[in-house]
Design a binder for this molecule. Structure first.
Ligand code: B12
Length: 214
């Protein structure tokens, strides 16, 4: 049953059909599929396939945009259905996609899962300059700063954030966590970020560890 739903969800994203994607998101939830599983096994393989076709020159920007819109629609429906933890806040995190990068589908999933796990989250959106991230972290009283990037050209902004925190004398005040498709543990080690997560669930695990070791 769910295999068919996953296949339909994947196809809706590849086709760039937002209406169908929304429909299969709702149907999947109605079938009782766990929200994150529905995203990861149904919709994410679709957008990954689109990315592959795009990099091979078999699919072009207008289709990429349509598929992204379909993905955004399905993600919004599914994120809203993630069960919320009763527990009171375990910590505060400020999160954003770095400047020059407008990819935010994955970051939005991470935000939804962090909130669902009882963290207080300030989502700064996408294309956010580092000075704004730091300013908002200060105002929000954040414990952790999280950044996302999907472009290899903007990964350097994560490194610059570490440097900017240091030069402002704020590096010890915050833990940092980084993510995004091209980001790795190796990159985190190299730039001195406190944690790296490969997906949203891993992000929750790493965030809990960071807060325990504060
Ligand atoms: C959708 C998409 C778009 C959409 C984005 C819409 C949106 N609102 O996000 C649009 C159409 C706007 C777009 C534009 C572009 N894109 Co694009 N895009 C993609 C695509 C196909 C999917 C990204 C995605 O949503 N993945 C699904 C989510 C769920 O996965 P994720 O983002 O990796 O997030 C997960 C984890 O990484 C992690 N995570 C992510 N962030 C964080 C943060 C923290 C703190 C933590 C803990 C975890 C975490 O958790 C998430 C959930 O599990 C990728 C290909 C790919 N497979 O990555 C290309 C891709 C990223 N794009 C690419 C390119 C080139 C572009 C453009 C430059 C194209 C152009 N010529 O205009 C522009 C860039 C515009 C800009 N300045 O940012 C390239 C990048 C190549 C590179 N080496 O840098 C890719 C890899 C495609 C390719 N194969 O060539 N794109």
């Amino acid at each position: 049953m769910s295999e068919k739903t996953f296949a339909k969800a994947t196809k809706a994203i590849i086709d760039g059909d937002a209406e169908n994607a929304a429909d299969w998101a709702k149907r999947g939830l109605d079938e009782g599929i766990e929200p994150l599983k529905l995203l990861e096994q149904g919709f994410v393989p679709g957008i990954n396939e689109v990315g592959d076709l795009f990099s091979k020159g078999k699919l072009f920007i207008p289709r990429l945009i349509k598929s992204a819109a379909a993905m955004e629609k399905a993600t919004a429906i599914i994120n809203a259905a993630i069960p919320q933890e009763e527990e009171i806040a375990q910590g505060r995190i400020v999160l954003g996609t770095v400047q020059g990068d407008v990819h935010d589908i994955g970051k939005t999933i991470v935000v939804a899962l962090f909130k669902a796990n009882g963290f207080e989250v300030l989502d700064l959106g996408r294309d956010v300059p580092n000075d704004k991230i730091i300013e908002e972290a200060e105002k929000f009283g954040a414990d952790v700063i999280g950044t996302s990037t999907l472009l290899t050209t903007t990964m350097v902004l994560q490194k610059e954030l570490e440097e900017e925190l240091k030069s402002a004398g704020l590096r010890d005040k915050y833990k940092t966590i980084i993510g995004g498709a091209p980001v790795t543990q190796r990159w985190a080690d190299r730039i001195g970020a406190d944690a790296y997560a490969h997906d949203a669930s891993d992000g929750v695990r790493k965030l809990k560890e960071l807060l325990i070791n504060r």
